[in-house]
Write a protein that binds this ligand. Structure first.
Ligand code: DP6
Length: 331
């Protein structure tokens, strides 16, 4: 019974738009940082006695959309392996799922690693990243640790839409996440990016900007240019949200406290703390800062009563197989 663990990642240069929705191919590349503290553990057990796949998430048996997404992913593994057996999937997470904290990234990265082992596919990490991508685009990046680059690729079959680690980064970042609500978001990222692609007048401009941002972010990382990395990261985040807001109907992931947190990060930076922010498809701001400034940033973000809690995390490792499921997970 293979068990895998994977951490979420946060994109500095964002993925927002697909070139092929069926194969889940991103329209452009992206760049992320894997975060150690937000993590999923998944065990996949093939059982010939099962008449269908099952999913237990944090102790609760799942039906509906979460189960359907996992079934569709297991169908890919069955098609690739020729093994038709159904599977029992059990997952634990160290954070609330579906609140915009990138749970699909760690979830599908862990499922890809444990599932590929259960169906004996024998894939390397890069190929596993392409497999994880079928579950969720951002999951491809969680196969690797530290800073990770996802390539959009050009092949129609997606065989070159894979992630790889960034080598030679001269900047080390930790993260402080200002958790701004625990409810499920109204528009998931898959639906949000499709409706943005179909209806936002800014989508073309957004796509044109991503490659430039990737190039500059890479140069900033390798050259240790924190100010440039902050400019590109915040620019990519705000452009992604501006694009989503310009969809019809507009998609607004920010809450009031999100704007407060943006101001707070910028005030900190003005006062000399090296810090930058990004925000995914949800209201939570993620501040990134070198490890020795993490406490200062976390304390500052906790100042607002609307910030429910601040989760801090160092950079993390890529997804991997482990011996057994953890008995208890601290949240
Ligand atoms: C805003 O990877 O969740 O977090 O591929 O449809 O599952 P699907 O989308 P998903 O989208 C992530 C969007 C983002 C930006 C990013 O992580 O790059």
């Amino acid at each position: 019974m293979p068990v895998a663990t994977a951490a979420v990642n946060i994109a500095l240069v964002k993925y927002w738009g697909k070139r092929d929705a069926a194969l889940n191919l991103p329209a452009r590349g992206s760049l992320s940082l894997t975060l150690d503290a937000l993590r999923t553990w998944t065990e996949v057990t093939l059982d010939p006695a099962l008449g269908h796949d099952t999913l237990i998430l944090d102790g609760a048996s799942q039906t509906g959309k979460p189960l359907l997404r996992v079934k569709a992913f297991l169908d890919i593994l069955r098609a690739q392996s020729g093994v038709k057996t159904f599977a029992r999937v059990a997952s634990k997470t160290s954070f609330p799922v579906a609140a915009g904290l990138a749970s699909s990234a760690s979830g599908f990265a862990a499922l890809a690693v444990a599932g590929a082992a259960a169906y004996e596919l024998g894939l390397d990490a890069r190929t596993l990243s392409g497999l994880a991508r079928r579950g969720s685009g951002s999951a491809a990046r969680s196969l690797f640790g530290g800073f990770v680059r996802m390539d959009a690729g050009r092949m129609p079959d997606g065989s070159d839409a894979l992630a790889r680690p960034v080598v030679g980064a001269a900047i080390t970042l930790s993260a402080a996440i200002a958790v701004a609500g625990s409810g499920e978001k109204e528009v998931g990222s898959t639906d949000g990016m499709e409706s943005t692609r179909e209806s936002s007048p800014y989508h073309r401009a957004w796509l044109d900007q991503v490659d430039k941002d990737l190039h500059l972010a890479n140069a900033a990382l390798r050259g240790g240019d924190f100010a440039l990395l902050a400019r590109i990261t915040e620019g990519s985040c705000l452009a992604m949200h501006a694009n989503a807001m310009a969809a019809r109907p507009g998609i607004v992931y920010f809450k009031g406290v999100t704007l407060w947190a943006i101001d707070r990060v910028r005030a900190l930076r003005k006062s000399g703390v090296p810090v930058m922010f990004t925000i995914d498809a949800g209201p939570h701001l993620v501040a990134m800062t070198p490890p020795d400034h993490l406490d200062t940033v976390a304390v500052a973000l906790a100042e607002s009563p609307e910030v429910q809690r601040v989760i801090t995390s160092a950079a993390g490792e890529g997804a991997k197989l482990i011996d057994a499921m953890p008995t208890e997970v601290a949240r």
